[in-house]
Design a protein around this ligand. Sequence first.
Ligand code: ATP
Ligand code: MG
Length: 331
Amino acid sequence: MTALTLTKVNKSFGSVHVLKDIDIEVEEGEFVVFVGPSGCGKSTLLRVIAGLEDASSGEIRIGDDQVNLTPPSKRGIAMVFQSYALYPHLNVRKNMTLALKQEKQSKEVIDARVEEASRMLDLGDYLDRFPSELSGGQRQRVAIGRAIVRQPKLFLFDEPLSNLDAALRMNTRIEIAALHRQLAASMIYVTHDQTEAMTLADKIVVLRDGRVEQIGSPMELYNNPANQFVAGFLGSPAMNFLPADLLAEGDMRTLGVRPEDLQLDDMGAFDAKVGHVEHLGGDTNVIANIGPHQVTARLFGQHDVSEGDEVKLGFAADKAYYFDKDGARLG
Ligand SMILES: Nc1ncnc2c1ncn2[C@@H]1O[C@H](COP(=O)(O)OP(=O)(O)OP(=O)(O)O)[C@@H](O)[C@H]1O
Ligand SMILES: [Mg+2]
């Protein structure tokens, strides 16, 4: 069954048109990631789904029910924010149980759910502490626990990891993936981090300027981007873009080659000068200039390349992407 259906959803704040004809379906149990640059409307879209903002037009369905006029507390949704939004004067247990008490759940139900959530999230030792006595990662787990105890049909996460350091982000990312498997609930996860999007999602929705640019599995979007924006947004280091004119004079297209497809090659099409080398151990990133154009070649393994080296770079013809001047995909 479809867990969530958005049909032609628009949202304006006064004269500012923020969400434009959004059509998205989320299947039951699916992990969907909304990704896009800052200001593209990700948080606004989550807030419209949660009912914290009204849509200006369009339809929002949860399961079979149209919920445009349903208040947030009745939508069966729980939202986890970037800022945690914990109550500082309540301990962890009370932060997790507040919503259940408001729903007038019995003590047995409340205790059982807190027990289960704190086990899943490894919070058992912290239930009596206050938020100020927890690390950032622990606070974020409490915020997630507060969502879990409500047993929502749909979880909404708005950049839940962006306040964490790199190592903790990675751990928590893996925990969220495990949680999704255990709960088998539908989840929508907002991020502007393309690695999070690629690693967590069953399905990615790429947004730009309030519009859906493309929807698909991570590998569909990576291998078959609909346009230059999607091609450039997913993948790290990002896809290289060059005027196709460099290869065939008068060719007005833009050529796109992913860093892992651009390689040192004595027969390669491009003369390049190495500007910088990142030795990562397992990989080597060579940042080079082809005339005025900077490109990144990602080489597998370790290579003896240094700044100032003159090299030739090449790519296989079937690894090339082409875009028109407006960024539409040509081939
Ligand atoms: N209450 C509001 N009134 C007017 N404009 C708003 C309001 N809320 C958001 N906007 C505008 O809507 C656009 C989308 O904002 P939104 O917060 O949804 O972006 P976002 O994709 O979540 O960005 P970020 O990655 O920075 O969190 C922005 O241009 C923002 O200024
Ligand atoms: Mg946001």
